[in-house]
Design a protein around this ligand. Structure first.
Ligand SMILES: C[S@@+](CC[C@H](N)C(=O)[O-])C[C@H]1O[C@@H](n2cnc3c(N)ncnc32)[C@H](O)[C@@H]1O
Length: 187
């Protein structure tokens, strides 16, 4: 895959590649939505794996343009929207919704949309989980990244409260944290 990343756009890291591997085995024939697309890596992975339809969103307009040009470089037909979470995502049902969110706790001063997931690190993913259901097909699934460093126990509790079943499909120790790929279904 050919990817160019501009300043202020998340350079794909190990978390991106963990997510990519899970998308590769699940996207074929599916309608896929990638929230927080950044460079477009996950949306492009879904398109190259044979997804039926792919939408991608990011709140950062520079990321949206960067992902659009990466999609063109890889001959992928992807629909992009500049959107804070689901605000401008069309009201469709997706089979697979993926989000590698900003998931590190922030100090409240140095906020960066690429990394800062709020004071606990899970605020952005919790907002996402509170809004995702109307966009998810009945037997659809969500793939998302989270960290042992950002209150995973409260995240698991909140997921139950939102009515999701959570399964860890991939896990890796990186520097000071364990990174997880969670698979959530309505359960
Ligand atoms: C950790 S990066 C992941 C980028 C890419 N998906 C990947 O896997 O490499 C998080 C991305 O989420 C975007 N983002 C942060 N808050 C968002 C929000 N409220 N709505 C949409 N995108 C958001 C950031 O701009 C950034 O591109």
């Amino acid at each position: 895959m050919e990817l160019k990343v501009k300043e202020s756009v998340y350079e794909p890291m190990e978390d991106s590649h963990m997510m990519q591997r899970e998308i590769e085995i699940r996207a074929k024939g599916k309608k896929v939505l990638d929230i927080g697309t950044g460079s477009g890596i996950q949306a492009i992975t879904a398109a190259l794996a044979g997804a039926k339809e792919v939408w991608a969103a990011d709140v950062n307009p520079i990321a949206v343009r960067c992902a659009q040009s990466n999609a063109e470089a890889n001959n992928c037909d992807i629909n992009f929207v500049e959107s804070d979470l689901f605000t401008y995502v069309p009201k469709k049902k997706f089979d697979l919704i993926v989000f590698n969110p900003p998931y590190l706790p922030s100090d409240g001063i140095h906020e960066d949309l690429r990394w800062s997931g709020g004071l606990e690190g899970i605020e952005v993913i919790l907002d996402f989980l509170s809004q995702v259901k109307p966009f998810l097909a009945r037997d659809g699934a969500i793939l998302f990244i989270y960290s042992s460093y950002a209150n995973p126990d409260r995240l698991a509790k909140m997921m139950k409260r939102f009515g999701f079943k959570l399964e860890v499909v991939s896990q890796k120790h990186i520097f000071f944290e364990d990174i997880f790929v969670g698979l959530a279904t309505i359960g």
